[in-house]
Design a protein around this ligand. Structure first.
Ligand SMILES: [Fe+2]
Ligand SMILES: [Fe+2]
Length: 217
């Protein structure tokens, strides 16, 4: 299949699988499920640093220069998000100095194990960033309802435009590199796997936290 047509089809596949993940957050919002904004921002902190580390880990072994640079820039962007969320948490009275990098989750274990450029683009920029953007929108609605306009502003003005850009870059790079049936097969598998692991992990976390509208990366 032509790479452009393939990526378009993969977008549809991704959107379908994203619906239950995003929908769970919406249900939480509709239920008025309780949620602790500080706890949720700590989830964001863990996600942002994990994605920053992932992109940085992929960078040296990615030979295509524009993809290497995409990972480098993403690592920086996610570090910036970590800092923004950390500052917000400090303002809310949480001692960020005590924050420790989380242990590797099944999702990041899987992602770190990906060795080809196409799988990395498909799993990371293309899929993980779409999940992040979608769940952050729910989180912003949650914050808005609690009257936390400052957190909403930080996401609206700084974090979400970056997550959107990462996702669009993933789309563009995939259309450039997923050019053979084998590469397209690998890309589709990576997308499906990330969505599957993320859905399971978010369901578990939602049970633990009593809500599903916590943020992503
Ligand atoms: Fe991101
Ligand atoms: Fe981020």
């Amino acid at each position: 299949m032509d790479a452009m047509a393939f990526v378009q089809e993969l977008e549809t596949f991704k959107t379908e699988r994203l619906t239950p993940i995003v929908g769970a957050g919406r249900t939480s919002l509709a239920d008025g499920a309780p949620g602790d904004a500080k706890k949720m921002l700590q989830v964001a902190l863990a996600n942002e640093i994990s994605v920053s580390e992932l992109a940085a880990a992929w960078m040296p072994s990615t030979t295509e220069i524009e993809v290497k640079l995409a990972f480098a820039r993403q690592a920086g962007d996610e570090a910036g998000h970590f800092q923004l969320v950390a500052e917000r948490l400090s303002a809310l009275g949480f001692d960020v100095a005590g924050f420790r990098t989380p242990g590797e989750s099944p999702l990041f274990q899987y992602l770190k194990g990906l060795s080809t450029t196409v799988e990395r683009i498909a799993a990371g920029l293309f899929t993980l960033e779409s999940i992040a953007y979608a769940v952050n929108e729910n989180f912003m609605t949650f914050c808005d309802r609690r009257g936390d306009a400052e957190t909403v502003r930080i996401y609206r003005e700084y974090i979400q435009p970056d997550e959107r850009a990462h996702q669009e870059l993933g789309h563009r790079l995939l259309a450039k590199y997923a050019t053979t049936p084998e590469l397209q097969h690998a890309a589709r598998n990576a997308v499906a796997k990330v969505l599957e692991i993320a859905a399971a992990a978010r369901t578990q976390a939602a049970q633990r936290m009593g809500t599903a509208c916590f943020p992503g990366c």
